[in-house]
Design a protein around this ligand. Structure first.
Ligand code: ZN
Ligand code: MN
Length: 497
């Protein structure tokens, strides 16, 4: 009895757990050269071809600060309403790894370049404000290339200027975290702080995830490392929340650790260090980081408005309203179309070519968007003229919706002319009431058991008959007409008994 009570208590506790998420972004600054030397920023170049004694950490070499990196850091902080420290300090962060030849990373610790600030995110029409902790400057590490049983080190990336943007842990859903990350990317690319190419690792996110009952102090956190896709971030966090729930439910504790997301699951990398483990101390080879008036002027010049995120969101909601009004669309349709520039321009062209806006939106948001999602990156060959024509043929009753849906997806990937395809493949709708009713009757007599079930009140069986009929007609029959014929056949059969 006692055991039962304890068990049910734990169940309740687990279900009442609130996830807390804090995000950190490493953002590559748009400079020509590295943070502390004159080596160029390259991508995909011959390994170890863009290195020098400074970024390789040779004894006696000394770092010289890249002023453009500081300037871009100030611009990032200004865009997000942070307080910029006029005299921030570099610090050595010690750890051993083959991609870090000095044995420490030059970063910032207790005097970061920027403190505080906010980022605003619109989720389902509601604006949320998330606080930021800090933005600091640091250099990137090199890269390990694993080849079978050996690993090769490429130091080209070592010393690349980064800012690390650290959010406060005040996000509570995976979706909000993904929106936060997306918005941060928009702000940083719009401000010209980074090129933001996520495939090249210009913008990558670490997520700290913990669970706790509401109002209680934060639980033990697990860090998900180096996620470079908005979709992956949401997926990885959702997965981590479920993993932690399962651990707690089984009565175990969460181990503070760092995990890596593989795309479908997370694997443990190492138990997580605390700041004290890094033995931070001020970098003796660099003085305080000077911020000049010209850096602030640069920020004012390059930012259309401050805070930039609010300006972007306001622009976006105005655009959303404009599109809703211009095309008489609902907010959901307008937002979905605007979210995909290629789809939105197809929509605009189709309407210009005479398509009904709502019908065009339905095709684009339905089968066309699905095709795009499934065939990521493939060339898109559907033209607005063909889409308008296809819709026209459905309106005319020449094509059934089922056939048209498949046809439009095929044209997306392979191109083609709607009229020609209907003609050469005989895709036109079957306009033969006699044949439709014959097929209905045949099906009902063939599946007498199912027909009996229908007559005894199980109307779901109708779906089975529809499926059979659609297969026989290869979708080329009007759904409403077929259903009518089936219902008639099913009732006639009943009367005949
Ligand atoms: Zn160098
Ligand atoms: Mn970092």
């Amino acid at each position: 009895m006692v055991v039962l009570v304890a068990f049910s208590c734990r169940r309740n506790v687990v279900s009442a757990l609130v996830p807390t998420i804090g995000l950190e972004v490493h953002c590559q600054l748009l400079t020509h050269t590295k943070m502390f030397c004159a080596c160029p920023i390259v991508h995909g170049a011959e390994p170890n071809s863009a290195v020098c004694p400074v970024c390789l950490g040779h004894p006696g070499s000394l770092p010289v600060l890249n002023e453009q990196a500081v300037r871009l850091g100030v611009r990032a902080g200004t865009a997000l309403s942070c307080a910029v420290d006029p005299q921030s300090v570099f610090a050595r962060k010690h750890y051993f790894y083959p991609d870090l030849p000095k044995g420490y990373q030059i970063s910032q610790f207790d005097r970061p370049l920027c403190r505080g600030g906010y980022i605003h995110v619109d989720i389902a029409g509601k604006r949320h404000r998330y606080a930021l902790e800090r933005i600091h400057l640091e250099e990137d590490a090199g890269k390990l290339n694993h080849e079978g049983t050996r690993s090769l080190v490429d130091w080209n990336r070592g010393g690349t200027p980064l800012i690390e943007i650290v959010g406060k842990p005040d996000i509570h859903t995976a979706e909000a975290a993904a929106e936060w990350f997306r918005m941060m990317h928009r702000v940083m690319t719009t401000a010209g702080v980074t090129q933001g190419d996520m495939q090249k690792g210009h913008f990558r996110c670490d997520a700290n995830v913990s669970l706790a009952t509401e109002g209680a102090p934060l639980g033990t956190r697990v860090e998900l490392k180096n996620i470079n896709s908005f979709r992956f971030l949401a997926k990885a966090i959702r997965h981590e929340i479920e993993r932690q729930k399962a651990v707690l439910k089984s009565g175990e504790r969460i181990v503070q650790s760092t995990r890596s997301w593989t795309g479908s699951e997370s694997v443990s990398l190492r138990s997580k260090e605390d700041a004290a483990d890094y033995r931070y101390f001020p970098e003796p080879d660099l003085g305080p980081v000077p911020v000049f008036d010209s850096d602030h002027e640069d920020a004012q010049k390059h930012l259309p408005c401050i805070p930039l995120d609010v300006w972007l969101l306001d622009q976006e909601s105005q655009r959303l309203l404009d599109v809703q009004t211009e095309f008489a669309l609902g907010a959901k349709d307008a937002a979905a179309l605007l979210a995909e520039p290629t789809l939105f321009s197809l929509f605009q062209d189709s309407v210009k070519a005479g398509g009904d806006p709502q019908a065009m939106a339905n095709w684009i948001r339905g089968p066309i968007a699905r095709w795009k999602k499934e065939s990521e990156g493939a060339p898109f060959l559907l033209t607005s003229e063909q889409l308008v024509l296809l819709n026209q043929r459905v309106q005319d009753g020449v094509l059934t919706r089922a056939v048209a849906r498949e046809l439009v997806q095929e044209i997306c990937g392979r191109g083609g002319q709607v009229a020609e395809m209907i003609h050469s493949r005989g895709l036109a709708r079957v306009n033969d009431a006699e044949r439709v009713s014959q097929v209905a009757q045949d099906l009902v007599s063939k599946h007498a058991d199912a027909a009996e079930k229908y007559r005894s009140g199980d109307s779901r069986v109708l779906g089975f008959f529809m499926g059979q009929a659609m297969r026989i007609f290869e979708g080329k029959v009007d759904g409403g007409e077929m259903q009518k014929a089936l219902i008639k056949a099913l009732s006639n059969e009943g009367l005949g008994d």
